[in-house]
Design a protein around this ligand. Structure first.
Ligand SMILES: [Zn+2]
Length: 286
């Protein structure tokens, strides 16, 4: 081996060692997954009967997700599927469609077993016929899940229920007799993250979403993989006139939410987190 060959050999060896060390570091780091979820419903239900969020807010939100290469999970209500079918079909081309119940009127836990069953059945058929795909993720309207509902969802083949409820928001398989505690059901609960409040714009008002994100990550430091679930609504991306009584909701609508989301997505892109949909999260966390 001449001098030039020796230098080349040493350089090659050094490169190889650096690559192996970098890979080993990657492997021992806890991976962080982020799911952006969107409750795709009429404006501020049950307050309004308009679809300004779908018509004006949704295009802005979709553009932002597209800019950062994020596939989200859109929980669509039956009545939005009826009123805005083409918008939902278009979203389904690049994102996961989940079920957000039929009407978004009363809380599902106030209804009889038969009525809950009917609502799940009719919204599932409606959405699956519209997008010509199976639906596997559900979030109860107003996060109004209960034990009867989770059993109905499993019967229909749903693999994810994503209502916010538990203090600890890490994914868990619920018990057949109490949906809020861990048990042996196949379906996986993947709640909206706690920041310590839920990770929705109105709960994060006045604070950076990056700070809220860091809180969730810190709260999962003992887990071998982490999952941050962000909750959004299309109506939060345009100005809404809700009057004095609902000013707390109104103040986050428009530029505030748009800017906070873009700041978070930019940060997450730099951090190289992995964006996933909730059906992908099921495969990783089941
Ligand atoms: Zn909702």
């Amino acid at each position: 081996m001449n001098k030039r060959e020796k230098v080349l050999f040493v350089l090659l060896l050094a490169t190889l060692i650096i690559v192996i060390l970098a890979k080993a570091r990657e492997d021992c780091d806890q991976p962080i997954y982020v799911a952006i979820t969107i409750d795709t419903e009429r404006d501020v239900p049950p307050l309004l009967n308009s679809f300004k969020g779908m018509d004006e807010g949704m295009p802005l939100l979709l553009e932002l997700l597209d800019k950062y290469g994020v596939a989200g999970t859109f929980f669509v209500t039956g009545n939005v599927a009826v009123e805005r079918p083409n918008a939902i079909k278009e979203i389904a081309e690049n994102h996961e469609i989940g079920n957000h119940g039929m009407y978004h009127l009363e809380a599902l836990y106030t209804l009889s077993y038969e009525e809950k069953y009917k609502r799940v059945e009719s919204s599932t058929i409606l959405l699956e016929e519209l997008i010509e795909q199976n639906i596997s993720s559900f979030r109860a309207p107003g996060h109004s899940c209960d034990t009867e509902l989770i059993n109905i969802l499993e019967e229909f083949g749903y693999t994810v229920e994503s209502s916010a409820y538990k203090k600890d928001s890490y994914p868990y398989h619920p018990s057949r007799t109490d949906w809020t505690t861990a048990g042996a059901m196949e379906i996986l609960r993947i709640p909206v993250s706690n920041t310590p409040e839920y990770f929705y714009p109105f709960f994060c008002y006045g604070e950076s979403w990056v700070t809220a994100y860091k809180y969730v990550v810190a709260s999962q430091s003992e887990k071998d993989k982490m999952l941050v679930v962000v909750g959004l609504h299309p109506w939060e991306f345009c100005e809404m006139d809700l009057g004095e009584e609902y000013y707390a909701t109104q103040r986050i609508c428009g530029a505030e939410t748009y800017e906070k989301l873009e700041e978070l997505l930019l940060y997450l892109q730099q951090e190289k987190v992995k964006f996933i949909t909730l059906s992908e999260a099921y495969e990783l966390f089941k």
